[in-house]
Design a protein around this ligand. Sequence first.
Ligand SMILES: N[C@@H](CCC(=O)N[C@@H](CS)C(=O)NCC(=O)O)C(=O)O
Length: 219
Amino acid sequence: MKENTIHIYGPTFSNFVRSVMIVCEEKEIPYTVGFEVEGQEIAFKGEQHLQLHPFGKIPILIENKPQHETFTLPETASICRYLDSDNILQPENELAHARHDALCAHISIDIDKVLLREYLMEFAFPKGENNSVRFDVVANVQEKVATTLAIIEKIVNEDSALSSEQFTIADALLAPMLHYISCLPVGYNVLPDYPALEQYLEKLMTRPSCQKVLIAKKL
Ligand SMILES: N[C@@H](CCC(=O)N[C@@H](CS)C(=O)NCC(=O)O)C(=O)O
């Protein structure tokens, strides 16, 4: 009988692909990752990709279940919740569970928009002349980055899923973003301005899952 297999469609440098990888590592779920699925390349933004994700985003979960049709699922937080079917990575208490859900949305929508799309992407895929970083663009977003990191630091200092001893999906969503910021050159790695966030990331980085996934410095 065919074995159950999990594939994460997308590149290993994507912060969201990394979040799903961390969840798989935490739960000891074997997985493969990349644009090649069962020996066949699925072109990024190609027709097949758009069939799996109407907006052509990554990651997408592709699961082959024995005696079932292939199951595919887009959206990082939804993928993480699906993989966490026994709720080990989510608070048990009903209200804390609901708050954790909302926090996951803040991280994957609002926080990702500023830290990844507006800030880190300029370093990873510079759009200036001869592919140089547009430091004016970076400077323009730095205030927003500061506000966003201050909000996260506040959440880390409060009673929240980010401050609990339990490792949660929210941690898996946030860890790759903060790790990428910590890899920026001096002056642009602004984490030292947020000691609680530095400590938070340091603690996450003691986990084998984060050590394994959060390696390459390139976004
Ligand atoms: N809401 C989506 C966002 C995923 C997302 O923005 N992924 C980025 C890569 S990390 C992407 O696909 N970028 C390509 C694009 O936006 O066209 C999720 O949470 O999975």
